[in-house]
Design a protein around this ligand. Structure first.
Ligand code: GTB
Length: 217
């Protein structure tokens, strides 16, 4: 059975590849695995059938045989654990690569999401203007630390791993803020990720969903 991933029928990112199905699409493309994408509306995500797959009523979900998974990090680690190509075989190098997946999700992504909250969800609050620079500086601190660790290396742990896939995916979410460009090392790292053929295929596939929607096709 071909694995099935869920994605937004109408992504609010308008095809910019920022929704979290993109990181799973990218992993599947890196691994050369066939997959189908089932598109769901916001309403469908909150219905019992989808809630049975995802308790929080979100995308992405991933179904493969008897397995139903949610959480993009769990899906990525499942795929990388089952198929060669995204995790080193050496156990110590593998552990370090897994560590970067967690760093992306637990250390880098939260302040980036805070910026979205501060700007969009709480932008009209009387304290929003005061809070914004604090949130931006927390991102700058993490970006500076990550940039120092990456240094002149191409990827975080030698060859490209699931850790890079998740880190680049998370950093992309900050690009529209302009903060990424303050760290040329990270901007170049993200560009290297985007230049990968697997990324390009995944990006084109999710963009086609948005294009078909705007064409009315
Ligand atoms: N921790 C979960 C994971 O990593 O899988 C988070 C999943 C999640 O946040 N899913 C979002 C969702 O389904 C889509 S990606 N939201 C619908 C809901 O909660 O009702 C988040 C997202 C949304 C929009 C943009 N954008 O417009 O740029 C980017 C990312």
């Amino acid at each position: 059975m071909t694995p099935i991933l869920t994605g937004f029928a109408q992504s609010p990112d308008r095809g910019r590849g920022l929704a979290r199905d993109m990181r799973v699409r990218w992993a599947l493309e890196e691994l050369g695995l066939p997959y189908e994408v089932r598109l769901v509306s916001f309403a469908e995500m909150k219905e019992p059938a989808h809630l049975a797959l995802h308790p929080f009523g979100q995308i992405p979900t991933y179904q493969e045989g008897g397995l139903a998974l949610f959480e993009s990090g769990a899906i990525l680690l499942h795929l990388a654990g089952q198929h060669a190509g995204l995790l080193p075989t050496d156990p110590l190098a593998r552990a370090r690569a897994v560590g970067w997946v967690f760093a992306a999700l637990n250390t880098i992504e939260p302040p980036i999401l805070d910026l979205f909250t501060a700007r969009v969800l709480e932008g009209d609050k009387p304290w929003a203007a005061e809070r914004l620079p604090l949130v931006q500086d927390r991102i700058r601190t993490r970006f500076g630390q990550l940039s120092a660790r990456l240094g002149a290396a191409e990827w975080l742990e030698g060859d490209f791993t699931a850790g890079d896939l998740m880190m680049v995916s998370v950093l992309l979410r900050a690009r529209s803020s302009g903060l990424l460009e303050e760290f040329p090392t990270l901007a170049a790292y993200v560009a290297r990720g985007e230049a990968r053929a697997a990324y390009q295929r995944a990006f084109a596939a999710q963009l086609a969903v948005f294009t078909a929607l705007s064409d009315g096709s």
